[in-house]
Design a protein around this ligand. Structure first.
Ligand code: G3I
Length: 325
């Protein structure tokens, strides 16, 4: 039974980020997607630089192709992302906007994009990566222009544009209890305390076999999930991949599979867990080799769309009877 059916039976999302070019050109890509997954996230096509290329001009075509594919195949859409410090258009970042104008721009963008996808996008990464490794607010253009309340403004604007969507905060390097996840915890506690509509947290989970060892740090990951759930937030894994040195070996693939298993098992123990997403699904298309020289093979299917040990581990987790929670 494909992952899709196993996850759907448990009321969970499972699915990857999707790139519009292979979706349009490669039948095996689309076939695998619709067979194995019940949710997709556009990898790049909803980011400011691509969807808002000039002030007041929106280009929805590529993202619409992805949402159209999802809808036609009964899959949910996870939108990514409304506010980020990366992949912004030059027209936006080349001006030092006065606070009022920056707030107007942010609200206009969110109203247009979240409004366009209202009823289609079930969850939005409203704010992506706003906290630095030391737990402080990351220095971003939005922080410079508006100040710390840009986050509350963004979440409120998203709720107005799409009152049904789940509104998430999404970040990396915050899987364990550490200075960064402490900072995110403070931020989300403060926002919730002020009545700002934040519904969930996304743990990106860009991991490496020689990095965060989820087998060793499993207890810390579990404690971290627990404290965010206790705030009343839904929990999502949003961008998981586990990079390894190339070429892969039987040993490195087995180690990778155990990291995937550890993350999904810890999540399945949480009643507030809603979705498990990877950053791609086939090793044929992944950001890793472009960014980390000599590393790759980070996803559950190989470059020929064949299941790897990581796929089997995910499947076994979803097949295991739900723990008494
Ligand atoms: O579109 C241009 C193309 O015209 C040009 O020819 C080509 C030349 O390099 O670049 C293309 O843009 C690239 C874009 O992806 C689309 O493929 C950018 O160079 C490249 O930097 C960009 O990388 C994306 C990256 O975010 C940007 O920071 C990755 O595909 C995407 O997987 C990655 O995703 C992020 C999440 O959004 C947030 N969390 C981390 C994750 C991994 O970095």
């Amino acid at each position: 039974m494909p992952l899709r059916e196993l996850a759907t039976q448990r009321g969970l999302w499972i699915g990857p980020c999707v790139a519009s070019t292979p979706l349009a050109t490669e039948p095996a890509y689309a076939e695998t997607l619709r067979r194995e997954f019940n949710v997709v996230t556009p990898e790049n096509d909803m980011k400011w630089a691509l969807i808002h290329p000039a002030r007041g001009r929106y280009d929805f075509a590529r993202a619409d192709a992805i949402t159209g594919f999802a809808t036609a195949n009964g899959m949910a859409v996870h939108g990514h992302t409304l506010v980020w410090h990366n992949q912004n258009p030059a027209w936006l970042t080349s001006t030092a906007w006065p606070r009022d104008e920056a707030i107007t721009l942010l609200r206009e963008h969110i109203a247009a994009v979240a409004g366009h996808y209202a009823g289609t996008v079930a969850a939005w990464d409203v704010v992506n990566e706003a906290i630095a490794n030391d737990g402080s607010l990351r220095q971003t253009p939005w922080l410079d222009w508006i100040g710390p309340d840009y986050l509350a403004i963004a979440f409120r604007a998203a709720a107005e544009a799409d009152p049904q969507a789940k509104l998430l905060y999404n970040d990396y390097g915050a899987e364990a209890v550490n200075a960064k996840s402490d900072g995110i915890y403070r931020l989300l506690s403060d926002l919730l305390g002020a009545g700002v509509p934040v519904h969930g947290i996304g743990f990106q989970c860009h991991l490496a076999i020689d990095g965060l060892d989820i087998a060793r740090d499993r207890a810390s990951f579990a404690r971290n999930l627990q404290r965010f759930a206790a705030l009343g937030l839904e929990l999502y894994v949003t961008e998981m991949d586990v990079r390894l040195p190339l070429p892969a070996t039987a040993g490195s693939l087995a180690h990778q599979a155990e990291i995937y298993r550890g993350v999904l098992e810890a999540c399945l123990a949480q009643p507030a867990f809603r979705g498990f997403q990877t950053w791609g699904f086939t090793d044929k298309y992944s950001w890793i080799p472009h960014r980390f020289l000599g590393q790759g093979a980070a996803l559950p299917l190989d470059e020929h769309y064949r299941p790897k040990p990581a796929y089997d581990a995910l499947r076994e987790c979803l097949l295991a009877p739900p723990a008494a929670r």
